[in-house]
Design a protein around this ligand. Sequence first.
Ligand code: NAD
Ligand code: MG
Length: 384
Amino acid sequence: MKRVAVLGSTGFIGRQTLDVVDCSGGELSVGALTAHKNVDLFLEQVHKYRPKIAGMTDLAAAEKARPHIPEGVKFIAGEEVLTAAAGSDDVDIALAAIVGIAGLPSVMAAIEAGHDVALANKEALVTGGALVTSAAKKNGCALLPVDSEHSAIFQCLQNDANKRGLSRILLTCSGGPFRTWAKEDIARAKASDALKHPTWSMGAKITIDSSTLMNKGLEIIEAGWLFDVTGDQIEVVVHPQSIIHSMVEFSDNSVLGQLGNADMRIPIQYALRYPNRVDSPAAKLDLFALKALTFEQPDTDRFPCLKLARQAMAAGGLAPTVLNAANEVAVDAYLHDQIGFYDIPALVEDMLGRAEAAAPAENIAAVYETDAVIRFAAAAAIRR
Ligand code: NAD
Ligand code: MG
């Protein structure tokens, strides 16, 4: 039995993960649970799974939950729960499903404890990529991708011979809710329009990132770290049906892809049960119902975030940390109707012009400090 630390258990990926645990026939169990603010759902989960460790990062929420924690569950309030849960001896693998750089400390804690990480939290790799991957290598921990595209690539690269012959990654992208919209209409789009994603249902932040294509930009950087490829080796292919989850092209011009319905339980289960393939609660793919799969070039004029992410990746060092921090602040403001759609790339571009973006990522402290500086500067720019 594998014991899982579910970091971000009340979120979309966290809930899907618990569903995978429920369907595992006892092969998976929950060793630890962490949530941020959703007290009711957190308590329901704690009572159902009885983890060894559980906690809420938001202090007010934690105090509401505390009186209702069952006996035998060690309860921790505040951010310490993240590293305690991820690094606990009572878990074998951490499922990183926190959104944003807020998930980075727990990813590092899991690796430092020698645990494998099933990684949904792409921002941890975007901001801490060099440090996370080198620590994982040093401690012999596997980074198992949960992001559907990266799971697809991982599945297509199952042996060393394939990795040696890899020439390009074809990273698929749904195109988001504004794929067919004119630029002037996109410019007026509200967060409520962006939240209507055509093929995937997800948390609010990643749904906005999907509408700006920043999600694909973050995924290019994520793929760079996971598969040791340069930005030039990654081509984004818009594929509105979200059935092919990504492809890899080899030196002999053979292309492999992974297909399936858009159901995150497939990549979550693959990461948690790797290398085994077991029955899934996800529906079978019905090709006859689909009829056609289509492909388009991405449009970086309507979706400039894609260009900005490539620019940050090429610059390296702390540039992706700056990109991510500016984007997190901008997306939050957009979700609260404080800024317009194209203010998101404008703010990111502005922040990428700062000196911090040209500095090397020497250690994890530099990553957190840069994140804080850029958040402050980005928030000030929004207020102006
Ligand atoms: P979500 O908003 O539904 O859930 C986020 C989780 O993070 C919640 O459990 C919340 O409690 C926790 N959280 C939020 N802020 C926190 C903080 N400051 N400290 C500690 N915990 C905090 O998001 P989601 O859709 O589940 O996405 C989670 C991660 O997985 C993101 O990085 C996203 O990019 C990635 N991902 C999601 C999908 C998807 O289909 N939803 C697919 C691929 C990758
Ligand atoms: Mg993805």
